[in-house]
Design a protein around this ligand. Structure first.
Ligand code: THU
Length: 161
């Protein structure tokens, strides 16, 4: 038996002003998307913004339902809308933010496991890493690929080995 360790690299920015203008714009788009969140059951609002390879931005927000599993997270709302409308454009990055009672969360909002798996599919489908920006009032974390957040991941090729 051998003990193994996994380490990941990511960047932490103290304020959104420290980000590159394009990334700041994406975080601000995710924040604006919070206005479309429908979350009467959790009162937890999530906004997401996807940057596509032509520079355009597609946003989404969480959509809840009285039959709870019928709802959808902000990230998948944004990603599915982006690729349903622009299947030929690659997804380059995604910004995610959360809010409660009208106030942006101070800490980051990290994507759930299902959303991580869908981001992974985008990387696999378009053969390009997707940068992930987790934007909170007190700081933003930036990851270069979903694989940093999803080690030992399952992709299509696993079924062909
Ligand atoms: N939520 C998202 O929109 N994205 C995530 O990655 C985590 C959770 C939403 C789902 C639900 O509407 C609310 O947050 C509480 O779980």
């Amino acid at each position: 038996m051998t003990n193994k360790r996994i380490e990941i690299d990511y960047q932490e920015f103290g304020s959104v002003q420290e980000l590159e203008p394009q990334d700041r714009e994406l975080c601000e788009a995710a924040e604006k998307a919070l206005a479309g969140s429908y979350a009467p059951y959790s009162n937890f609002n999530v906004g997401a913004a996807v940057r596509l390879s032509d520079g355009s931005i597609v946003t989404g927000a969480n959509q809840e339902n009285s039959a709870y599993p019928s709802g959808l997270c902000a990230e998948r709302t944004a990603m599915f809308a982006a690729h349903a409308n622009h299947p030929d454009l690659q997804m380059r990055s995604i910004a995610i933010t959360g809010a409660q009672n009208g106030l942006l969360n101070s800490g980051i909002t990290a994507p759930c496991g299902a959303c991580r798996q869908v981001i992974l599919e985008m990387e696999d489908r378009y053969q390009r890493p997707v940068r992930i920006l987790l934007y909170g009032e007190n700081g933003t974390y930036c990851f270069d690929s979903i694989k940093d957040l999803l080690p030992f991941c399952f992709v299509d090729s696993n079924m062909k080995e």
